[in-house]
Design a protein around this ligand. Sequence first.
Ligand SMILES: [Zn+2]
Ligand SMILES: [Zn+2]
Length: 145
Amino acid sequence: MIYSVLIVSLTFIVMEFVAFALHKYVMHGFLWSWHKDHHQPKDEKLEKNDRFFLVFAIPSWLGIMFGLIYDINWFFSIGLGIALYGICYVIVHEIIIHQRLPFFKRLNFKYIKGIRFAHKIHHKNQGKFHGVCFGMLIVPLKYFK
Ligand SMILES: [Zn+2]
Ligand SMILES: [Zn+2]
């Protein structure tokens, strides 16, 4: 049990770095065509960028499914860790930062303000290149001041 909790937590932390790298090198790289509408004004409620959420859901689903079918604990734990990061991503990025749903509009914790500000700076640049601040939960300390 303790190992499962450890693997779930570790996976969650690793996911922040995976997400950082994918955002920086893939989304602002060869899959910019999917990410572009997240950086530029649009009318539709759904973004092409939302496809990434589905892509991230695949390893999570496979991990949970095969973990359960073959009774492989660490497989299941990794799948669960990715799923938890996905839920956190929706709450932090889609709801708290971009306010796509009407919840948590007035959160004023120092940490929340910091990551919101850092993401705002990321969005200031509407283009593919010269981006800054690709992380979601871990951002440079200067944004908390
Ligand atoms: Zn971006
Ligand atoms: Zn964003």
